[in-house]
Design a protein around this ligand. Structure first.
Ligand code: B12
Ligand code: SF4
Length: 528
């Protein structure tokens, strides 16, 4: 079969496509796990942001797909639906499958006539079985993880159990299937690699728990090294480990760092995300190994510096530790300190605008970020489908915006009990711009040619909305903020095509729901 896999063009404020264009790891992983005789093309539309419709049109003409698969996050839902509608108009016989976080967690939004298949949860095995079944004409009802359209009805199959990736049964991603180029982090070609899947924590804002339960699965280290080597052979100079939480198993992370050095793969820049507690506890051994292996940026899930906010976000446990005879204490500063001592940069992940946040509590977090993190990655709580946080915001009547294309993390779509959403967003936006400028010095040292070519555009992007009048004080920051929001709003129109009409199909359980729970829930195990 001829298969075209697309990721969506939508990006958000902290990922300006000028400086950061990451590949979608899901699509190449799907491609790598299909039977080899299929012709698969992977296109990350973030690489064609300014010409999405033309690019999709060209891809459909060139590849003439029998099946098109789209990977969609919630804030990309509207663009994805427009693209699907466009593909339908061009290639009415092509079948359409959707997967990723939004179709997995809000499947009912996708049960409409333009869509044929919804793949929920991990996709490799489900998609492989779907393609086999389409090729051989065997029943779709036997494929766990799949919802499929049967005339005007969507049939719901049971969920698929989580893949035991440690047995090496998942093949490596197929990067050769990519048909667009231009991936970058600050001018260096970047690729994504997975070393593990899952997380055993249960932060209330995170989609991962509803997606796959609380569990942690490790890919064999030899496979990870082969994956990195493959990315490097194809030109990557930087690798982003997309693990949900690599810091769950510190000894393994240390072993991975050593293995990267032994295999001679430490000439790449590595970026990783993790919790503060493991760095605070094991940083003195872990951080030097990371540095030696080539790690440069650590995205730290600090989430918030105030205990009440951490409790709301259910992010206390991962950000604190208890040493003998002492009360539990927050580990954020210790983690930042040890990473800095070993020459690593901290990307500070914070969430401001929680239900009880006041101006003072938000300002405290922003001041903290200004003092301690190298690059701010500050977001607003965003009620993604199925997260515990979404339920709480809804119950308290704090969700003020249901336009999902604005659910990008830096648009405040909820208010707090004390502040309007727009005010929350303004506070963050105003503070964060200046924090970003500070890091440019380090970027110049590492990537001078990129800054020379693009520095002025990066600066202009960071200060979008400002004019010379703002600079000389003839108008206030709020005028610039209004213009910035208007720019963002125009920018979201990635796909020049009308929204399809809102229709839904009836849904039915295709087979008895023998297995409604597909994952091991740690709390449940403890209760038993
Ligand atoms: C790596 C990552 C990123 C990276 C890279 C993104 C990229 N280009 O892929 C960066 C840092 C850039 C990023 C940014 C953002 N991210 Co992000 N990110 C992740 C993370 C940590 C891992 C995703 C990943 O690559 N997993 C590995 C792959 C193999 O798994 P996967 O994507 O789940 O795909 C599997 C299935 O979903 C399925 N599948 C996926 N697509 C398809 C398509 C088809 C056709 C089929 C059949 C199956 C299928 O099969 C795949 C293989 O099993 C997740 C999860 C987490 N715990 O936080 C969040 C996550 C996906 N991100 C999220 C968000 C919101 C964002 C941001 C909007 C804001 C933010 N929070 O930072 C930005 C926007 C990005 C942009 N385009 O501008 C949310 C999405 C929530 C939602 N409901 O939409 C998540 C779930 C985190 C969360 N908050 O809970 N992100
Ligand atoms: S620690 Fe990270 S991956 Fe795990 S639940 Fe919390 S936010 Fe999600």
């Amino acid at each position: 079969m001829r298969i075209l896999l697309l990721s969506m063009p939508d990006s958000f404020e902290h990922m300006p496509s000028l400086a950061i264009r990451m590949p979608n790891g899901a699509l190449t992983s799907l491609a790598g796990n299909l039977d080899p005789h299929h012709e698969v093309a992977v296109a990350d539309l973030v690489l064609a942001q300014s010409a999405v419709r033309e690019t999709v049109e060209r891809l459909i003409h060139t590849h003439v797909p029998d099946l098109v698969g789209l990977s969609v996050m919630t804030f990309q839902r509207r663009t994805a639906k427009r693209i699907i509608s466009f593909i339908r108009s061009m290639a009415p016989d092509a079948q359409i499958a959707v997967g990723g976080y939004d179709p997995s967690l809000a499947p009912d939004v996708w049960t409409y006539p333009d869509v044929d298949f919804i793949v929920r949860g991990e996709g490799e095995l489900t998609f492989r079985e779907l393609v086999r079944s389409l090729e051989r004409g065997t029943p779709l009802a036997a494929i766990p993880g799949l919802w499929y359209r049967d005339g005007t009805v969507f049939q719901r199959n049971a969920m698929r159990p989580i893949a035991p990736v440690e047995d090496g049964s998942l093949s490596l991603p197929k990067r050769s299937a990519r048909v667009l180029s231009g991936y970058t982090v600050l001018g260096r070609q970047v690729d994504v690699v997975e070393t593990s899947r899952g997380c055993t924590f249960d932060c209330s804002f995170c989609s991962i728990i509803e997606m796959r339960g609380r569990n942690f699965h490790r890919f064999p280290i030899s496979r990870v090294l082969d994956d990195i080597a493959d990315a490097r052979t194809r030109g990557a100079r930087a690798i982003f480990f997309v693990d949900d939480n690599i810091t769950i198993d510190v000894p393994r992370f240390e072993a991975l760092c050593k293995a990267i050095v032994e295999r001679g793969l430490h000439d790449l820049d590595y970026i990783v995300q993790g919790m503060t507690a493991p760095f605070a506890t094991h940083g003195d051994t872990l951080a030097p190994l990371m540095k030696k292996a080539g790690f440069r940026y650590v995205f730290l899930g600090i989430e918030n510096i105030l205990e009440d906010d951490l409790a709301f976000l259910k992010a206390r446990a991962k950000n604190s530790r208890q040493s003998q005879g002492q009360a539990r204490r927050n580990t954020t500063l210790e983690a930042i300190d040890v990473l800095h001592r070993h020459g690593l940069f901290v990307v500070g992940g914070l969430i401001v605008g929680n239900p009880d946040d006041t101006r003072e509590s938000i300002t405290a977090n922003l001041t903290f970020a200004r003092h301690y993190v190298d690059w701010p990655y500050i977001q607003h709580p965003t009620p993604y489908p199925g997260t515990p946080m979404t339920r709480e915001f809804r119950e308290r009547g704090l969700i003020i915006n249901e336009r999902f294309d604005e659910y990008d993390g830096t648009t405040a779509v909820t208010r707090s009990a004390h502040l309007e959403a727009e005010e929350i967003e303004f506070l963050r936006w105003e503070a964060e711009r200046w924090m970003k400028v500070r890091h440019i010095r380090s970027v110049v040292r590492h990537d001078p040619a990129f800054v020379l070519r693009n520095g002025h555009r990066m600066f202009a992007h960071t200060f979008r909305g400002s004019t010379w009048r703002t600079a000389v004080g003839l108008e206030g920051a709020r005028d610039a903020f209004r213009r910035y929001r208007a720019i963002r709003s125009r920018e979201r129109e990635y796909m020049d095509w009308p929204d399809p009409p809102v229709t839904t199909c009836e849904t039915r359980d295709a087979a008895p729901p023998a297995m409604t729970k597909h994952f091991v829930d740690i709390d449940e195990l403890i209760r038993q």
